[in-house]
Write a protein that binds this ligand. Sequence first.
Ligand code: NAP
Length: 268
Amino acid sequence: MGYNLKRYGSWGLVTGASSGIGLEFARALAAEGLSVALVARRRDRLETLAGELRDKFGVETLVIEQDLSLPDAARSVAGRLESVEVGLLVLNAGFGIAGDFIEQDPERLARMISVNCTSTALLARLILPGMVERRQGAVVLVSSVLGFLPAPWSSAYCATKAFDLMLGESLWPELKPHGIDVLNLCPAMTRTEFHQVTGGPDSSRTRKAEPEDIVHLALKGLGRSLTVFPADGAAASVLTRLLPRKWTAGLAGRVMRMRKRSRDGQGS
Ligand SMILES: NC(=O)c1ccc[n+]([C@@H]2O[C@H](COP(=O)([O-])OP(=O)(O)OC[C@H]3O[C@@H](n4cnc5c(N)ncnc54)[C@H](OP(=O)(O)O)[C@@H]3O)[C@@H](O)[C@H]2O)c1
């Protein structure tokens, strides 16, 4: 669709390609003629997608079944790339946990931090040196508008997304002299499986963006912008940078409490 992604090389790698935003990234990269390495746990879905991309776009595919919450997951993925030179790295895999922090399952919390933060940072660490050596490449880090905001009842998830955002925004100037583009994508509510996986209050009636549009926003901004977010995230990103942090946290608490009450009211 005219994003000129081949300037980064001939292969892309997308984590979390079995569903939602990652799946649409994989389709968009292949449509641009990039061969794609697809990473997630659900091999059947990755194989189906790989077949679709080969048939429709004539690109090569590599399916990497990997649970990114496991220790050494990033090394295992990097080890399976063999002769594949990744030019465009999309670090998208992630999930959330909603509800009272003190009631969240500690094991699940640890897995979320491993997927959203540890594997994301380590994959960047392991794959970037090749790009730097070739002086060609790009990284997209999928954060969230919650990376800007304190989010009561999504506190640890929001902290993982702030990690991703700070990692990406810090890498941007560090990698620029090496010819590497970095883009931070901060989606707001998007129509994917994320909400079922995360749990929490019913969001079925909340307006959501389509994952294709979120991917378009990212690929359009790649090489031009530092951080992109949909229009409904713009106010949050500006306000949180202007207001004292205590005000933002208090405001976030009030908004979330009001939403919770109105949802509980609808349900009764
Ligand atoms: N949807 C939203 O409203 C929204 C808003 C802001 C930010 N985001 C961010 O967008 C990114 C993509 O989420 P999505 O909305 O597309 O949700 P999704 O449809 O649930 O997709 C999540 C992807 O992450 C993969 N994943 C989850 N746990 C994994 C693990 N342990 N190992 C390997 N892969 C794992 C899943 O693959 P398997 O289950 O097959 O492993 C799936 O491909 C996430 O980082 C999320 O934080 C989403």
